[in-house]
Write a protein that binds this ligand. Structure first.
Ligand SMILES: [Fe+2]
Length: 219
């Protein structure tokens, strides 16, 4: 099944789509690209984009039926920023499964990374790490821009812990995902599409680059 695991198309709850019309227009383009299922993953616990879980649920109650009339199956999830509040707080899993999409700060390695993932795993969640290619601290330094020459040991540790990796569709073009793909570390892909003006593409599921991901075996 062709799945876009990571989008911000739940209207009016975060820095994503502002309204239904825009979400429907984007879903139409996603459908034309071959998407069969799209997860809405509004930010939760993000320091940069604060959101309200009650407002997210309310928007979902209001919009799930019309969004699903687009001809694409649309399910609710969230993108949980890994910080202390998220470890004990309420979260929204992907389509009511035990799968949780988790994002990390990009600026510096969180010193609690492994421990925090373990806490979430102990709560019963299977973790998908969002846009892994963005976290420079998981790659050994290289002099070439965007070149990722070696993976830090922590990447292997995360894989040993059963953490699934998601990369962004647009990152397939700039080389940041190369090493992760070469080493077969990546299970899934998402557009991380926010709105019409974000300049991000929708996934072309008929392309060779999209066909290397097994998007649905864990969902
Ligand atoms: Fe996102």
């Amino acid at each position: 099944m062709n799945i876009d695991l990571h989008t911000h198309l739940l209207p009016g709850v975060d820095d994503g789509s502002p309204d239904m019309e825009e979400s429907l227009r984007i879903l139409e383009r996603m459908k034309a690209g071959g998407a069969e299922r799209v997860y809405l993953t509004p930010h939760l616990y993000s320091p940069r984009t604060p959101t309200d879980i009650g407002a997210i649920k309310e928007s979902w109650r209001k919009h799930s039926a019309p969004l699903n009339s687009s001809g694409v199956e649309v399910l609710l999830g969230s993108e949980v920023f890994l910080r202390p509040e998220a470890l004990t707080g309420e979260v929204i899993t992907m389509g009511e499964t035990d799968v949780l999409l988790v994002e990390l700060p990009t600026s510096a390695r969180p010193h609690y990374l492994i421990e925090a993932i373990e806490v979430l795993q102990k709560r019963g969640f299977r973790i998908v790490l969002a846009h892994v290619e963005r976290y420079g601290f998981l790659f050994k330094k290289s002099l070439l821009p965007f070149s990722r020459s070696k993976l830090e040991d922590e990447v292997y540790r995360l894989k040993d812990m059963g953490v699934l990796f998601q990369v962004n569709w647009d990152s397939l073009k700039d080389g940041r995902t190369g090493l992760l793909l070469e080493k077969r570390m990546v299970e899934t892909i998402g557009s991380d599409k926010h709105h019409n003006r974000d300049g991000r593409g929708v996934i072309d599921f008929s392309s060779e680059s999209a066909s290397q991901f097994i998007n649905d075996y864990y969902l």
